[in-house]
Design a protein around this ligand. Structure first.
Ligand SMILES: [Zn+2]
Length: 114
C-alpha cells in the first residue's frame, strides 16, 4: 500500500516536471558576477544559492527571488523587494552581483507567433 502511494507520488512529480519542462511556464533566474553569467536556476524550485563564495546569498522561494544576505556595506540589494517577473533584477553594485529573471520559453513562443 505504501509502495503504491510512493509510486503515485513519483509519477505525479515526474508528470509535473515534464509539463513544466515542456510548457516552459517557469521563468529562470540568471546570476552574473562581474558581468559574467555564473549560473541559471529554475524559479519554480525553492533553493538557496551561494554567490562569490558566500559573499552574497540568493534565495528562491515561492516563485520569488531575493538577496538573503550580502557582505556589501550599503545592503541595498538585501533591502530590495523580492523580484518575480521577467526582466526584473536585483543588483549588488559593491560586489558586482546581478540577479535577473529571464522571460520563460512561453514568451519566446508568443514573439514567434506575433
Ligand atoms: Zn549588496
Amino acid at each position: 500500500m505504501l509502495l503504491a502511494v510512493l509510486f503515485l507520488l513519483a509519477a505525479a512529480a515526474l508528470f509535473f516536471w515534464t509539463v513544466t519542462y515542456f510548457t516552459g511556464s517557469a521563468e529562470s533566474v540568471v546570476i552574473s558576477v562581474h558581468g559574467e553569467k555564473t549560473g541559471e536556476y529554475d524559479l519554480a524550485f525553492d533553493q538557496e544559492i551561494s554567490v562569490c563564495g558566500g559573499s552574497n546569498i540568493v534565495q528562491i522561494k515561492d516563485g520569488r527571488v531575493f538577496m538573503k544576505s550580502a557582505s556589501c556595506k550599503n545592503q541595498y540589494c538585501v533591502n530590495h523587494a523580492p523580484i518575480e517577473k521577467g526582466n526584473e533584477q536585483i543588483v549588488c553594485l559593491p560586489n558586482q552581483v546581478l540577479v535577473q529573471i529571464t522571460e520563460g520559453r512561453e514568451s519566446e513562443i508568443d514573439i514567434v507567433a506575433n
